[in-house]
Design a protein. Sequence first.
Length: 29
Amino acid sequence: MSKSHATDAKTKEYLDRYMEGVEHRNPGE
């Protein structure tokens, strides 16, 4: 369970950073 939780947390952080990068790259969208 801890492994899955860690993966989920890591994925969430990755998605947050990815979305942030998308906003900076595409401010028009």
